[in-house]
Design a protein around this ligand. Structure first.
Ligand SMILES: Cc1cc2nc3c(=O)[nH]c(=O)nc-3n(C[C@H](O)[C@H](O)[C@H](O)COP(=O)(O)OP(=O)(O)OC[C@H]3O[C@@H](n4cnc5c(N)ncnc54)[C@H](O)[C@@H]3O)c2cc1C
Ligand SMILES: NC(=O)c1ccc[n+]([C@@H]2O[C@H](COP(=O)([O-])OP(=O)(O)OC[C@H]3O[C@@H](n4cnc5c(N)ncnc54)[C@H](O)[C@@H]3O)[C@@H](O)[C@H]2O)c1
Length: 507
């Protein structure tokens, strides 16, 4: 898909949108005169590009950043920020409808104001855009160029007619939505993360194709806004990477919300008749057709490696996997590094951020920081949310690592009971006969916050024995982690120790 050099259209063009665009692509911006040679030129002004630019400039490097569209990239403009903002409003509607469960009365007339929810989202996005603004970058001493970047050799790039020479460069061009090859889909028109946040009216019936994090989060949000949502996922469970019981809890939650769940299902054809979109679905031998007003695809990402003349710069890449990098994030051209979605399998904002920091150290200071040394958590912000860090049991089994798992259901955690948020569990895997944490999965309303404690423990080499000694404020849902650690401690009570203790206490 050819990308425009001009910023994507956004709707509606109101004062709030104007504020965001003035931050991330000011209308009156003029590209500066390039320096003779930059210490670091960064291609792409998403999370990875911005983090690297600020870090390198703060350390005193001469830095240029080239962005063809909007600073802030996917996360700010069409990803994390707008999705999390609308998820919050959607949750509020779900809670209003379930008010009876909280000892409150459901308001007589819960009418969803979708336009207001989207306006709130745009306000939040505009506010957060200040942190990603061209003003901040310039104030930090970064030369910002808007335009499509293209390598013109092993140590030079062009953008908007200017040539930028570099000692080191970083490719942080991100990724774009994959378009599934379903006959009739393109002709019928469909939504992706690039235009769904421009909606001002709620589609009455929505088909979501793809049950990864994007499809799951947005299917639940649109359902809670009152759309009749069907979600088709071609694996037997949502979030196929996650533990089966976690994914099953999510499927159950979707069914409770009223989402029509179609697992093991592929969309095979789309046609438009009488203004409606008819989508043929196939699940094993079962064929069916759904009639909808809109289709949203969330079927994965394609790295942005086109139109960069990577061949001319001697940078190896793969159209599906992106820029090829080694563990130090170096490409096949020793002057050029890559970070973020353009080169990583884990496509998250926090990995874009962490990889950009590694590039700054390795490229500018001959550092030897390895990407493989990072411990990377992630979270899908459905309700309940599903977070994970480290090894899955299946991975540990494949690697012949013996595992012992400690599981605490959220319905045994006082705060979760008080909050009416009992769905889920904390599951911590340790290496058998040790307290060394190998990984964890948390399914809970606040799983994304809770997983950080496990990640900290893993990075710092803190085992379950120590976590059992950490006082957790009562009542918090995070206590589930201490309970799992207590369960570990109880396994240390061997029959001999037990009988010694009994004798001591009877004395
Ligand atoms: C709907 C959605 C929700 C998400 N939610 C989360 C979440 O909750 N948590 C999370 O961690 N992650 C989330 N993500 C993933 C996250 O948005 C990405 O992993 C992150 O934005 C990647 O950052 P990046 O800097 O690598 O790339 P991007 O943000 O894609 O930035 C790349 C930039 O490079 C520019 N560019 C590309 N080619 C060129 C070129 N030739 N010349 C100049 N500029 C160029 C692009 O215009 C873009 O601005 C979500 C993604 C989506 C789609
Ligand atoms: N909370 C978060 O961190 C968050 C939220 C949203 C998106 N993201 C990121 O954005 C990226 C995109 O997410 P995504 O969910 O689009 O990608 P994904 O690859 O994670 O999931 C896509 C899913 O769609 C399914 N699928 C593919 N083609 C299909 C078809 N024709 N019919 C039915 N199902 C099909 C796949 O089986 C897969 O489960 C990911 O890299 C993700 O990390 C992250």
């Amino acid at each position: 898909m050819k990308r425009p050099d001009a910023p994507c259209p956004t709707a509606p063009a109101d004062a709030i949108e104007h504020e965001r665009l003035e931050n991330v692509r000011p209308a009156a911006w003029r590209n500066p005169q390039p320096a003779n040679c930059y210490g670091l030129v960064i291609v792409g002004g998403g999370t990875a590009g911005l983090v690297a630019a600020h870090a390198a400039a703060a350390l005193g490097a001469r830095v240029a950043l080239i962005e063809r569209n909007l600073l802030g990239g996917d996360c700010l403009n069409v990803g994390c920020v707008p999705s999390k903002a609308i998820l919050r409003t959607a949750r509020l509607y779900a809670e209003m409808r379930d008010a009876g469960q909280y000892g409150a009365r459901t308001p007589a007339d819960v009418r969803v104001d979708f336009a207001a929810a989207m306006a709130r989202m745009r306000g939040i996005r505009a506010r957060i855009s200040r942190a990603d603004s061209v003003r901040r970058l310039s104030a930090a001493g970064v030369d910002v160029f808007f335009g499509q970047a293209r390598f013109t050799g092993m140590d030079a790039l062009s953008a908007d007619g200017a040539t930028l020479r570099f000692k080191k460069a970083m490719i942080a061009t991100g990724s774009r939505p994959d378009t599934p090859s379903i006959p009739g889909l393109v002709e019928a028109g469909f939504l992706t993360n690039e235009n769904v946040f421009d909606l001002t009216g709620l589609p009455r019936r929505l088909l979501v194709i793809g049950g990864g994090p994007l499809g799951c989060e947005l299917a639940q949000a649109f359902c809670r806004f009152g759309a009749q949502v069907t979600i088709a996922q071609h694996w037997p469970l949502f979030l196929p990477r996650e533990e089966r019981d976690a994914a099953q809890l999510l499927a159950d939650a979707f069914a409770r919300d009223g989402i029509e769940v179609r697992l093991n299902t592929r969309a095979v054809a789309v046609r438009v008749e009488g203004g409606q979109k008819f989508v043929d679905l196939v699940s094993d031998d079962y064929h069916s057709t759904v009639a909808v007003d809109a289709i949203l695809t969330g079927t994965g990402r394609v790295p942005n490696v086109d139109d960069l003349n990577l061949e001319g710069a001697g940078v190896d890449y793969d159209k599906a996997d992106g820029i090829r990098v080694d563990d130090f994030l170096r490409t096949s051209n020793r002057r050029i590094y890559a970070a973020g979605d353009a080169c990583l399998a884990h496509k998250f904002t926090h990995t874009a951020d962490a990889s950009a920091r590694i590039v700054v150290r390795n490229a500018l200071f001959h550092g030897r920081q390895r990407m493989s040394a990072l411990t990377i958590p992630w979270c899908t912000y459905t309700d309940p949310a599903i977070a994970h860090v480290g090894l899955y049991v299946s991975e540990a089994n494949r690697r012949n690592i013996p595992v012992k798992t400690f599981t605490i259901p959220m319905h045994e955690v006082d705060r979760a009971i008080a909050d009416g948020e009992e769905t889920g569990f904390v599951k911590i895997h340790v290496k058998e006969r040790t307290d060394r944490i190998l990984g964890a999965t948390i399914v809970a309303r606040h799983a994304g916050d809770m997983i950080n404690e496990i990640t900290l423990a893993m990075v710092a080499g803190i085992g379950l024995r120590t976590l059992a000694r950490v006082i957790h404020a009562y009542p918090t849902q995070g206590e589930a982690i201490r309970k799992a650690a207590d369960a570990y401690k109880r396994t240390r009570l061997t029959p001999t120790i037990r009988s010694l203790l009994r004798r001591w206490l009877q004395w």
